[in-house]
Design a protein around this ligand. Structure first.
Ligand SMILES: [Zn+2]
Ligand SMILES: [Zn+2]
Length: 361
């Protein structure tokens, strides 16, 4: 079928809205008419990192139009959030850890279905689709039965969209990966959409203190409103000492979402002995950096966090319910844009003018 989609053809040139052909849904797939899609950090660096031309967007939300014969539990008309892909068959999927699916990297980033077949085509050849098994900067997307999650009727689709990645990553890092108990200290480095979601989750988990670290004063003020007990300037030369003072000898948990070398080191050095650091991102997109392994030789743990270790079918409805009950006010992070304004939404996100842009189709 013909769809409208934002096609990225060159890394440094904004995407263009084009008419593409979307493949027919296969037996294990769904066709979703998208109503909204959030812009997440991965969408910002994807054009520099993955083969082009491609359609990005991985926080889609919409209405199911067609359902393949082997998809269970979803019907045309269902309102769904699209999230990350997982195979359902590997040992991590089988043991309830689909965020760490053994083929997750290929499923999110290969630009095709699991069997390598393309889902999108243009006048001059194939376009890489299936980004996070969706490619949702478009009017329609193909998803699989494993990455479409039904949401409560009361939650508007445009607000539901960011549950698919950014919100579940930050909230899940605190509630699932680190599983922070009440009364323990947590330091959140970087308070964008992932960091602020972590702060809100830390308030729910009754962590104490919750220390936000960022470069921007307005973001720190926002973090204090959303549940942080302290806010520290990331540029402070005494940052690590200040955290040790506030936590009585070092933090029990830290979460790194800022992606700089300084925040990477500080997120480990600020910990107490036996403390744990969750990495939601890495400095310089994974380029080598200098690091002293001695800094973890204090019983400290550093653990990578993908998608908040979420089991989407359980965690996304849980977060939706928390939001509807007023306990996870992530709507305060969201700024809406018309579908035609994706380049402006990407530019605003890159410049930090907004926290979580959401496109409305
Ligand atoms: Zn798997
Ligand atoms: Zn994302």
């Amino acid at each position: 079928m013909k769809i409208q989609a934002w096609v990225q053809r060159e890394p440094a040139v904004p995407p263009r809205l084009e008419t593409l052909d979307l493949d027919e849904p296969r037996p294990d797939e769904l066709l979703v008419r998208l109503e909204a899609c959030g812009v997440c950090h991965t969408d910002l660096f994807a054009p520099r990192r993955f083969p082009l031309p491609a359609v990005f967007g991985h926080e889609g939300a919409g209405v199911v139009e067609r359902v393949g014969t082997t998809v269970r539990g979803l019907r045309p008309g269902d309102r769904v959030v699209l999230t990350f892909g997982s195979c359902g068959a590997c040992r991590n999927c089988a043991t309830g850890a689909p965020a760490y699916c053994m083929t997750g990297h290929e499923l999110q980033f290969a630009g095709a279905r699991a069997d390598g077949s393309p889902t999108l085509g243009g006048d001059d050849g194939p376009v890489r689709g299936a980004f996070f098994q969706q490619s949702s900067f478009a009017t329609h997307a193909l998803a699989t039965g494993r990455n479409a999650v039904r949401i409560p009727d009361e939650l508007p689709l445009d607000l539901a969209a960011p549950l698919g990645c950014g919100i579940q990553t930050g909230a899940g890092a605190v509630l699932n990966t680190l599983a922070c108990p009440a009364g323990v200290s947590l330091v959140v480095f970087g308070v964008g959409s992932v960091g602020l979601s972590a702060v809100m989750a830390a308030r729910l988990a009754r962590c104490e203190p919750v220390i936000a670290v960022d470069l921007r004063p307005e973001r720190l003020a926002f973090a204090l409103e959303l549940g942080a007990t302290h806010a520290l300037d990331a540029r402070s030369p005494e940052l690590v000492e200040e955290i040790h003072d506030l936590t009585g000898g070092g933090a029990r948990f830290s979460l790194e979402t800022a992606g700089t070398e300084q925040s990477f080191r500080a997120a480990i050095d600020c910990l107490a002995r036996l403390g744990t650091c969750g990495l939601c991102t890495v400095p310089r997109l994974g380029e080598p950096i200098e690091f002293r392994p001695l800094s973890i030789l204090k019983g400290r743990t550093v653990t990578g966090v993908l998608e908040g270790s979420s089991v989407p079918d359980e965690f996304i409805p849980y977060l939706a319910r928390l939001h509807l009950d007023g306990e996870l006010p992530y709507d305060r992070l969201v700024s809406f844009y018309d579908f035609g304004d994706l380049p402006r939404a990407l530019a605003d996100a890159e410049a930090g003018r907004v926290v979580k842009p959401v496109l409305r189709m």
